[in-house]
Design a protein around this ligand. Structure first.
Ligand code: ATP
Ligand code: MG
Length: 160
């Protein structure tokens, strides 16, 4: 369905703001103007929940979590940046694979199954978007994803 992504993103963040640890600060860089886009709201909520939960879980010493939305010509770019432990370069592309977890010992202590980002990728790709990570160890991580304004892809038209 059609949602105003700016307003919707604020609502998702508000839900985490209520329960987050006070040593973490949320920073929102979200445009004031409405950005209407057609998405499966429940599924994109799961994507954001997974990404934001990771940002909280892997920021053990607090810091800022910054939320950004940018409206580009044919897609929106959404990102969540934390100042946590980071992801080693060699693991960066693998974290979107099912059950992949960086540093088994560290991950086991923090709990989880290693499915969060794999599910996020599946949903974003089904929406015609892309998802990727940028990170520096002990500096922090940014997860980016795009959502196109036009949901029907050309290859879907070929099948009609
Ligand atoms: P689940 O999400 O299923 O509870 P998980 O958090 O371990 O478990 P993913 O969300 O798929 O699984 O993330 C995969 C791995 O990527 C994590 O185990 C962690 O090592 C790494 N990771 C993900 N997000 C971050 C982040 N923001 N900072 C540092 N490492 C991260
Ligand atoms: Mg996770």
């Amino acid at each position: 369905s059609w949602v105003n992504f700016s307003r919707y993103f604020h609502q998702v963040i508000d839900r985490f703001e209520l329960t987050k640890n006070e040593n973490i600060t949320f920073i929102r860089k979200i445009p004031d103007e409405a950005i209407f886009i057609e998405i499966d709201e429940d599924k994109i909520t799961q994507v954001l929940d997974n990404i934001i939960s990771n940002a909280l879980k892997y920021s053990p010493h607090g810091g800022n979590i910054t939320f950004r939305v940018k409206e580009l010509s044919d897609e929106i770019l959404v990102s969540v940046t934390d100042e946590g432990v980071g992801i080693p370069k060699s693991d960066l592309s693998k974290v979107f694979e099912r059950f992949y977890r960086v540093d088994k010992a560290r991950s086991r202590k923090l709990g989880g199954t290693g499915l969060g980002l794999a599910i996020a990728k599946e949903v974003v790709v089904a929406h015609g978007g892309r998802i990727w990570a940028r990170s520096q160890e002990n500096k922090g991580t940014t997860i980016f994803f795009t959502l196109p304004f036009e949901r029907i892809q050309e290859d879907e038209w070929d099948e009609v």
